[in-house]
Ligand binder design. Structure first.
Ligand code: MG
Length: 224
């Protein structure tokens, strides 16, 4: 069970689903060789992939290339369907830092074969979240520094103002397809600079005024 500080209380992270945006920063779409999308590209990550701060990202045996992606996560505060853009922020509880860990080699293979990406995105420990949830009333997330370091070296550095689709647009779009439940997580996409993680790495993802989400990286010992 993952519990994160939320204002002066504690929040239990228990989403019915994790919705992720692909290609929501133009420079990242470009580095993977994609066009900038005309409407949001979404996929799901299983809640079983979640880990809290200061845990271990496990590199699975099936992949030779596991990538880091730092993202701003939105925590949904109440149930909604077909939410208009103008009302979207009423459905936000708060914000945190998220890593969309990706088995890039398996994702390329799936894309090449025209298969879903679920395998590449869904391994256990591939959804680190934290270190705290900041209530939406306390934070304007429209232009914050977002970054990620591996072993102290900056790999990703951008600003949330470079997101192609804004949070209200994303909530409106996603809720036109699936009902958003209280506790659901929307990960809003990663900026450029994604790269490989290896055994023994220490990865630190941060967003200005939210905090640093720090994890260890290790080869699987259980499943190899
Ligand atoms: Mg991502």
């Amino acid at each position: 069970m993952i519990r994160l500080p939320f204002g002066n209380s504690v929040y239990e992270v228990k989403p019915s689903k994790i919705i992720c945006l692909g290609r929501n920063y133009a420079e990242h779409a470009k580095e993977l060789g994609h066009e900038v999308p005309k409407e949001p590209v979404i996929f799901l990550k299983p809640p079983s992939a979640l880990i809290g701060p200061n845990e271990t990202i496990i590199l699975p045996k099936k992949s030779k290339e596991v990538h880091h992606e730092v993202e701003l996560a939105v925590i949904i505060g109440k149930k909604g369907k077909n939410i208009p853009k103008e009302k979207a922020m009423d459905y936000v509880l708060g914000y945190t830092v998220f890593m969309d860990i990706t088995a890039r080699d398996l994702q390329w293979e799936a894309k090449r074969k025209g298969l879903p990406w679920t395998l590449a995105k869904g391994f256990d420990t591939f959804a680190p979240i934290g270190p705290r949830i900041v209530p939406k009333e306390e934070l304007d997330v429209s232009d914050l520094e977002i970054g990620l370091k591996v072993n102290g070296e900056v790999r990703q550095l951008s600003r949330t103002s470079k997101m192609i689709f804004t949070i209200d647009e994303i909530i409106s779009y996603v809720s036109s397809i699936m009902t958003l439940e209280e506790g659901d997580i929307i990960a809003t996409g990663t900026p450029e600079g994604v790269g490989a993680l290896k055994d023994g790495d220490i990865v630190e993802a941060w967003i200005e005024r939210i905090g640093i989400l720090k994890e260890n990286v290790s080869y699987s010992t259980t499943y190899r």
